[in-house]
Design a protein around this ligand. Sequence first.
Ligand code: ADP
Ligand code: MG
Length: 447
Amino acid sequence: MDARAVNTWKAVLGVLQLQVSRPIYDTWLRNTVGVSMDGDVLSVEVPTSFSSEWLEQRMYHLIQKTASKVAETTMEVQFRVAGSDAVSQAPEEAPSYEPEERQLVARQPAPALNRKYTFQRFVVGPSNQLPYNAAMAAAEFPGGGSNPLFIYSGVGLGKTHLLQAIGQHCIAKGHRTLYVTSERFTNEFIAAIRSKTTEDFRARYRNLDVLLIDDVQFISGKEQTQEGFFHTFNDLHYADHQVVLTADRPPKAMHLLEDRLVSRFEGGLVADIQQPDMETRLLILRSKADQMTVKIDDSIIEYLAQIAQTNVRQLEGSLNRVAAYAQMTQQPISLELVSQLVADLVHTPNRRALEADTIVDEAAGYYHMSAEELRGPSRKKDVVRARHVAMYLLHEERGMRDTDIGRNLGRCDHSTVSSALRKIRSQINIDVQLRRDILTIKEALYS
Ligand code: ADP
Ligand code: MG
């Protein structure tokens, strides 16, 4: 791949992202990459022939104009389908896949994993340490430890990244490995039933050392698929082959999932990824920025880490926008410009609206005490804990500085605050009750 093509196309995407609606961007543009630049022709790889057609017919003019502007010379853009032997799909079939999956479907049979989704590129912090360790262990000793491994989290927090990292690691070590979305698993299974080839289907899966199933929540409520899945799962599990699953919620919370599957999933290790804290967000952004050719100032990174807080995908998206502009204008970017570029992100969650007092009240209420007591001098264990949690939330949810937090919470000095924050950050990793407390308070704050 040619770096100039990659970067030019990234810059084009950055501009397009601001001009087209989000569903359009997500469906047709997100999973495309610039692959080569030959004179004035920029080649762009797209997941399917269907998307190539769509982009040509509906968006060519805008894309061509944007590319020319970015490259500062008249450019043509050529779309080509990823992997020359890609299977083209019937249009009526295509919309049932997410773009990301479409890419993988198109590249079958080889398990096409995103090369960027490796362990090395996964930034570890308190919010994801546990699932990260478990994923590493599963990759290093498939079937040897926690089996199955079940990872869950909200959207954009790194489930697919971790799952594919396991995949790349296992493939490199020569294990027979398959990454599949549960959507795809379902489709294959239904097709096997229709063509009466379920035996082949089972045999294919039975021969794996490592099976990675993404977004397993999609099989809940689908009876036949659950049945097929149950048998596949047992085949592998009883032979001590590794199964790793991800979902957007814990097994018990999948209401339409059969009990026997729930108990199978819970029989191994269940680990969740939480929203990254401020420090981890900074590290993620810094590491993503370092992989780019444009230089992004620390003050900008800090700003982005503060506003785009809910998920890593959003964090990355905001950084890409800024990088695209920096690249296009070839000028240093001011914080003011950045704030314009990401204005829509700032207003999405009601995060800004949270008052410090609301946070303190909520934390005090949760621990059955008054805000005065929480702010008071007491050294009683539960009061200290409530106070520390309040500090943590003021830092995380409001981005307040240590000195301001100290002032708000009964004149603690900033070193008391920073040591409390450090403590919570490390505890949250091992103390399940603490995590649950913080999560519950956060939920109350935003409901
Ligand atoms: P999910 O599957 O949970 O919706 P993804 O795995 O698709 O989330 O992650 C969304 C994006 O965020 C990806 O580009 C991924 O590389 C990135 N990402 C998530 N967590 C991390 C992390 N800890 N370090 C680096 N990148 C991350
Ligand atoms: Mg995912």
